[in-house]
Design a protein around this ligand. Structure first.
Ligand code: PLP
Length: 403
């Protein structure tokens, strides 16, 4: 099959035509073929807490969740999600009507956009953006309107470093009468930017003023470093009633394969999202839902230790990349580091990433794939640091050959 039928009509729906195959598949295959260290895709190479794994085993053995769980998710997990939002952020949600369990954050994003958009609605998202955003906006028939995050000077630390910033004037100018929704992501993949109180305040004021819905992807909420703080958008004035907040167990507990995510929002929004979700997976991850309920109730020490571990890994990889000659945008959140390859005399991230396995035995991802304005992302390359220390040390050793 060539992708065409005898009538020459493409097999793939035109909404998805631009989303052929992902760079991740190409790069992971390249990693395998060249024996490279894969810092491309963002999944941990060690599993999460033993007691959480045991909780899943217990649920399986006890016959909890082996059959279809309730559509909105098992009550234990909905209660745990609500308690987590209350304990962490003082946000109160009714577990029965304002929490929805999904097949990872990915399904939450898809269901929210399919539920809330009409064809022709505009969705503002920050580029570079997580790749499923563009595809889900397209599947919902919406139009994406990218607002580009750009490197700016920053001196929040004694040691000045650059971060990707939101241009608030550009954001305001992007809103039109057709804008339905702001799709926000903080902490931000791939740049590692954590939106500040000032930026979030401005976003909230704009949403209220223009009466916009907000979908906010906060899956890296527990991965914030240094003096950065994760501030849920729903805590800002006028936001709770218009905001769909998305979380995931994959990132926080290092069980990305379990695909347990959730939505918190006022009941009318949850009802809308559930209407779409019920025809995507209906339900998923039965026994894992019980285990994640226990994980969310872990003491603060777990979350602090997880953050400390990732912080040490960030510093290890950031130092190695700097020494190898990259400009490093030290991430305030997530487990990704975006770099600029121009100090290495390179300008094309695609070509650089395709050559890197042969040159240095390491795989990274060209940030351009996360942009509509590909030229704006051309010199940036992303490395994941959610890997074992020995793996990162070896990657750093190999990357030094570039310097
Ligand atoms: C910003 C962002 N949102 C959502 C997801 C997907 O989360 P899940 O695995 O829970 O579907 C990811 C995974 O990389 C991500 O980086």
């Amino acid at each position: 099959m060539t992708g065409m039928t005898s009538t020459s009509r493409p097999l793939l729906n035109r909404r998805l035509a631009e989303f052929g195959t992902t760079i991740f598949a190409e790069m992971s295959a390249l990693a395998l073929r060249t024996g490279s260290i894969n810092l491309g895709q963002g999944f941990p190479d060690t599993d999460g807490p033993e007691e959480v794994r045991e909780a899943a085993v217990r649920a399986l053995r006890d016959g909890r969740g082996n059959q279809y769980p309730p559509g909105p998710g098992v009550p234990e997990l909905r209660t745990a999600v609500a308690a987590h939002q209350e304990r962490r952020y003082g946000l109160s949600y009714d577990p029965d009507t304002e929490v929805l369990v999904t097949a990872g954050a990915t399904e939450a994003i898809a269901a929210a956009l399919l539920a809330l958009l009409e064809p022709g609605d505009e969705v503002i998202a920050f580029e570079p953006y997580y790749d499923s955003y563009a595809a889900c906006i397209a599947m919902a028939g919406g139009t994406r309107v990218p607002v580009t995050l750009r490197p700016g000077e920053e001196s929040r630390d004694a040691e000045a470093h650059r971060r990707f910033r939101l241009d608030l004037d550009e954001l305001r100018a992007a809103v039109t009468d057709r804008t339905r929704l702001l799709l926000i992501n903080t902490p931000h993949n791939p740049t590692g930017t954590v939106l500040t109180r000032e930026e979030l305040t401005a976003i909230a004021e704009l949403a209220v003023e223009r009466d916009l819905l907000v979908v906010t992807d906060e899956v890296y909420e527990h991965l914030v470093f240094d003096d950065a703080e994760h501030l849920p958008l729903a805590t800002f004035p006028g936001m709770r009633e218009r905001t769909v907040t998305i979380g995931s167990a994959g990132k926080t507990f290092s069980f990305t394969g379990w695909k347990v995510g959730w939505v918190t929002a006022p009941s009318a929004l949850v009802t809308a999202v559930r209407s779409a979700k019920q025809f995507l997976t209906y339900v998923s991850s039965g026994p894992f839902q019980y285990a994640v309920a226990e994980a969310l109730a872990l003491p603060d020490g777990y979350f602090a230790a997880f953050r400390e571990d990732m912080l040490a890994k960030r510093d290890l990889l950031a130092a190695g990349l700097t020494e190898a000659g990259f400009e490093v945008f030290r991430p305030a959140g997530t487990y990704f580091i975006t770099t600029d390859i121009r100090p290495l005399g390179e300008t094309d991230g695609f070509a650089f990433c395709r050559a890197l396995p042969e040159r240095a035995g390491v795989v990274a991802i060209p940030n351009a794939v996360f942009y509509d304005h590909r030229e704006a992302g051309a010199p940036f390359v992303r490395f994941a640091f959610c890997k074992q220390t020995t793996v990162l040390e070896e990657a750093v050793r190999r990357l030094k050959t570039l310097a």
